[in-house]
Design a protein around this ligand. Structure first.
Ligand code: GTP
Ligand code: MG
Length: 478
């Protein structure tokens, strides 16, 4: 079976963030120094970048699994782990990125256009970074976050100024080969071309690109022949050229009915009505072909087409054609707003960044969703009580506990944080039962505190600072 490489499924995995480390400085004559565990490095991103030298998606067809490297864990003595390396994947100009459901995530047009297909995980903070006046020697560190893994589909929509359309064997590839330096495969059997060929044409001071499309036959829009799929390459082209065979040996065909049939398929595909069209009568080196061209030319001109008689084999009529196309392309370009040279496509993000939701799901069970709570859970080492306590503090400060109470949760109820297929489930033990404000927070020994009013004031101050610390952690350093 023939492989079409203008549509591939790609599985990308960004690098995981390295874990932070909990470590305590040891110095001679000082049995116990401060915490000195370094942060983990961030995982590498998977980044798609348009590279004009790349023309097919073949490479990704052969190797559809791509992973960026992980961040390294932190180490003692304040040593941060190394960041993972970004994995840069070059893609052809005109690559459309879709999710599996077919939603367009990005449309990559123009050299250098960039799309982050998978975001690397943040590194976890080490215990040095987690230390504060209140939490002088945290005995835990945060875990690195897993890198984003997803399945995407890449589809190539050729970006060319001029598209050649026509029946199989009409001579489309032959025309490209004589108008440009491209050397596509040419043969006398139908469907020689399986993926579009691209050529660069220079006519006077205008340089433009020209692409052919695999041959079309009646019913292509219903999937006959190579089907409709290839018409998507035509979508981005400014000018359509009908290549008509004046010397076909098939008795039931002639150039005018070929034209009508192709036009009907284009109409069926839709969205191409406004493209200027030109008719090329090819193969006039064959005497019968020339006769037929003479015969039908007036009819075609009457219909409003500009008609060019050429022979790709004898190389006649080519200069006139290429200059005429240059003129139409130049006009189309002038009518179009200038595009910025490099665009960076930023994936839209969910807008719940600051917030979270608590939803009751049946008797005594609640689900918490939200960017922060879900991330904090991923960063937590559940084997370490102190780390779990720190998570509880963060959730509480965000207002998750208050909200749980508001929607009717009780001690002992089940709480899931995260989506259905990937949640952490707890039994809820409210931290702040009646009067529990006095208990203070994790890592704080309230027996050491001054009498209450001052202690409360101090706690408020420190809570504000911890808040800032959370913000710091939410900031992802690049
Ligand atoms: N005599 C003559 N033959 C031509 C001319 N142009 C193309 N051919 C022949 O027609 C056949 C098909 O040419 P291609 O260029 O492969 O046709 P195509 O339109 O690209 O065909 P598909 O890729 O199958 O859709 C080849 O045998 C060519 O040599 C021409 O101007 N004159
Ligand atoms: Mg061809």
């Amino acid at each position: 079976m023939t492989t079409f490489v203008d549509r591939v499924e790609l599985h990308v995995a960004a690098g995981n963030g390295g874990h932070g480390v909990a470590s305590v400085m040891r110095e001679k004559f000082k049995p116990l120094g401060g915490p000195d565990g370094g942060n983990g490095g961030r995982g590498g991103d998977v980044i798609l970048v348009v590279d004009q030298d790349v023309t097919t998606l073949l490479e990704y067809h052969h190797h559809p699994h791509r992973k960026a490297t992980n961040g390294q864990p932190g180490a003692g003595d304040h040593r941060a782990g190394k960041n993972g390396q970004d994995l840069v994947l070059p893609v052809p100009d005109g690559t459309v990125v879709l999710d599996r459901a077919g939603n367009v995530l990005a449309d990559l047009v123009g050299q250098g256009t960039t799309f982050v297909a998978g975001q690397g995980g943040r590194g976890g903070l080490g215990n040095a970074a987690l230390a504060s006046a209140r939490r002088k020697a945290p005995g835990f560190a945060l875990l690195g976050e897993p890198g984003e893994a997803r399945d995407i589909v890449l589809e190539l929509k050729t970006v060319a100024d001029v598209a050649l359309v026509g029946y199989p064997s009409a001579g489309k590839s032959s025309l490209i080969s004589v108008l440009s330096a491209a050397k596509p495969k040419i043969a006398d059997y139908p469907f020689t071309t399986l993926v579009p060929n691209l050529g660069v044409v220079t006519a006077g001071s205008t340089v433009y690109t020209i692409a052919d499309v695999p041959g079309l036959i009646p019913g292509a829009s219903q999937g006959k022949g190579l089907g409709l799929e290839f018409l998507r390459h035509v979508e981005r082209c400014e000018v359509l050229v009908h290549v008509l065979d004046t010397a076909t040996l098939e008795s039931d065909r002639d150039p005018v009915s070929d034209l009508d049939i192709i036009e009907a398929e284009l109409a069926q595909y839709g969205g191409l009505d406004n493209r200027p069209r030109v008719v090329v009568l090819n193969k006039i080196d064959i005497p019968d072909g020339q006769d037929l061209a003479d015969m039908i030319r007036p009819d075609l001109e009457e219909r409003g087409y500009r008609v060019f008689e050429v022979s790709a084999v004898a190389r006649t009529g080519l200069k006139e054609l290429s200059y005429a196309l240059a003129g139409i392309v130049a006009e189309a370009r002038a009518a179009k707003p200038v595009q910025e040279a490099t665009r960076i496509v930023i994936r839209p993000k969910a807008v719940d960044d600051a917030g979270f939701t608590v939803t009751p799901e049946g008797e005594g069970f609640f689900r918490v969703r939200g960017e922060k709570p879900e991330r904090w859970v991923r960063q937590t080492d559940f084997n370490n009580d102190e780390a779990v306590g720190y998570l509880a503090d963060r959730l509480n400060r965000l207002g998750v506990e208050d909200q749980l109470r508001k929607v009717g949760a009780h001690a002992g109820d089940g709480i899931a944080i995260g989506p259905e297929d990937n949640a952490v489930v707890f039994d809820w033990e409210p931290m702040m039962a009646a009067g529990a404000e006095m208990l203070g927070r994790r890592g704080e020994d309230h027996r050491m505190d001054a009498p209450r009013p001052a202690a409360v004031r101090r706690r408020d101050r420190e809570a504000a600072r911890d808040e800032a610390e959370d913000e710091y952690q939410d900031f992802r350093p690049f």
